[in-house]
Design a protein around this ligand. Structure first.
Ligand code: CA
Length: 442
């Protein structure tokens, strides 16, 4: 299945929401990502909205104004839910129909017969919530450059383990601590042991890191015992977001053998609030990673000509940092890395197919993340562990401050966007989090 490039991607389309027509917006009429929001400062239940320029199209109010009447009833009801799960469960066809419908509704020549303020909410006045009820969260390890760089730090003579080029490696994460962008992150405490110490101590992590990742939401799930074929895989992917898999490297180093990461990761994971659909990303599809001749080809269940040709997505990904001192001095965030999602060793489809290959059932709203996105080039490493060589080569911020790992008060901002000649820029918005000192207790 490949998403067609159609009238919704026409770069000439303009919206009556004027901010959506600015060249550098993440949310032009060609994007239309889904999210869940409520008025800032209120305790009201979440409502589904669509990002358009610096506004949110409120689907509940669109319904109230009679603007969704031409849609199938079930789809109208899904638009009134407090999260995207019902819409996700209806399958790609329903999401695609809604996207086409909203593209028409927002066109400059189709101004609706109600005042803008009745159906549009300024994004600045909204609190963006988690877009879905996330039952399960799995985190892969799909960048061979990240796996090699990290491997080198721990096993200089044997950086890449022998299974890497055959198995899309992952661990099961913790869904309960996934938070939307803007949520503050408390520095975790845990057990850690320095090589020179004979026993571990317990205390605040001194090696707190971020991981730049992309995630996708499962739309329609699969029944227990029924794997998903690579040919049908993208029918199960509703859309994508940015993921920051906060990681405590000192806790991780002490706990990760033999069963993998646990408390070093489960204290918090931040996601960007807007779910960018595969339909919106259609113009930016690209070949899967080009494996060198010396690498094995994927096993047959992980291979299709379609996936090899179009399984990749060319997303530019950036990490920015702003320390407390930078904020006080009113300085702009500082760019730590910039790379492309195109260089991932495994595609989203391969991760999904592998996940379900043993019969494991994936469910609507599950979040599957790719693992740290690092590229081959200098400056494209997606975490501080790699950038600073485990703290040995600290980064110098514009204030002169040095960072081996994150300090209290540091804000980390992930950004992602797609750009291609002949198409409108499509962005993900931001995935932000600020580090707070460790909590009281213990
Ligand atoms: Ca990760």
């Amino acid at each position: 299945m490949t998403d067609a490039i159609d009238a919704t991607h026409d770069p000439k389309l303009r919206s009556w929401v004027t901010s959506a027509n600015q060249k550098d917006t993440d949310f032009p009429i060609q994007n239309l990502p889904f999210g869940v929001f409520r008025s800032r400062g209120s305790a009201e239940p979440g409502r589904i909205g669509v990002a358009i320029g610096d506004r949110i199209l409120d689907l509940s109010r669109c319904y109230g104004a009679g603007l969704l009447q031409e849609l199938p009833e079930q789809l109208q009801t899904a638009c009134l839910a407090p999260n995207l799960n019902s819409l996700m469960a209806m399958g790609r066809g329903a999401g695609s129909l809604l996207r086409r419908y909203l593209s028409q509704l927002l066109r400059i020549d189709r101004q609706p017969p109600v005042p803008e303020t009745e159906i549009l909410v300024p994004m600045s006045g909204a609190e963006l919530l988690l877009p879905a009820r996330i039952g399960d969260y799995t985190d892969f390890y799909a960048s061979i450059f990240h796996a090699t760089n990290v491997g080198k730090l721990f096993r200089p003579d044997n950086p890449l383990l022998p299974n890497y080029k055959y198995v899309p490696i992952a661990y099961h994460g913790r869904a309960s601590s996934i938070v939307p962008s803007g949520t503050s992150i408390q520095r975790p405490q845990g057990q850690k042991k320095k090589p020179e110490d004979s026993i571990p101590d317990f205390g605040p992590s001194q090696m707190l890191d971020y991981e730049l990742e992309v995630g996708f939401f499962v739309g329609v799930g699969n029944e227990l015992g029924h794997p998903i074929s690579i040919e049908r895989s993208e029918e199960h992917i509703f859309g994508l977001c940015l993921v920051n898999d906060w990681s405590a490297r000192d806790i991780q180093a002490w706990e990760y053998q033999p069963l993998g990461p646990f408390l070093s990761k489960s204290f918090a994971t931040t996601i960007s609030p807007w779910v960018v659909t595969l339909e919106a990303l259609a113009p930016f599809r690209c070949p899967a990673f080009c494996r060198p001749q010396t690498d094995p080809q994927p096993l047959p269940y992980l291979f299709s000509v379609q996936n090899a040709g179009f399984g990749g997505i060319d997303i530019i990904l950036e990490v920015w940092i702003r320390s407390a001192q930078m904020r006080q001095a009113n300085m702009q965030p500082f760019c730590l890395s910039r790379g492309s999602f195109q260089q991932m060793y495994w595609t989203l489809a391969q991760m999904l197919v592998h996940h379900a290959s043993n019969g494991c059932n994936l469910r609507t709203g599950d979040l599957i993340a790719t693992g740290t996105v690092s590229g081959a080039e200098e400056g494209s490493q997606g975490c501080l562990l790699e950038i600073t060589q485990r703290g040995l080569q600290p980064v110098k911020l514009p204030t002169g401050e040095l960072r081996s790992f994150l300090a209290d008060g540091d804000e980390v901002i992930l950004r992602g966007y797609c750009e291609k000649a002949g198409y409108a820029r499509v962005g993900f918005g931001e995935c932000r989090g600020i580090i707070l000192p460790k909590s009281e207790g213990l």
